[in-house]
Design a protein around this ligand. Structure first.
Ligand SMILES: [Zn+2]
Length: 87
């Protein structure tokens, strides 16, 4: 993904889901647009695409804790359920 496309996709995700971490971690809404990363619901290494349906904004901590797994982040700071993860 080139940087221009990345920025456009981030902007789209922000307008669809808000400027917050998709995983509802305890600090989900404490990030600025610049701090959020693009997370793949299904990692590209597992056949996931770069299309917007597969992408969400996530904080670095959640993104990194998932790595290339299909599961949501397992960290303790995650506070609430994963609305819409499977949809
Ligand atoms: Zn997070």
């Amino acid at each position: 993904m080139n940087p221009k496309k990345k920025k456009r996709i981030k902007a789209e995700l922000a307008s669809d889901y808000g400027v917050r971490c998709w995983w509802n971690c305890s600090v989900a809404d404490q990030f600025s647009f610049e701090q959020l990363t693009i997370d793949h619901l299904r990692p590209t290494s597992k056949g996931g695409s770069d299309s917007p349906e597969n992408l969400r904004l996530a904080c670095k901590q959640c993104n990194q804790s998932r790595g290339d797994s299909l599961s949501p982040p397992q960290q303790r700071y995650r506070s609430s359920s994963l609305n819409g993860y499977s949809s």
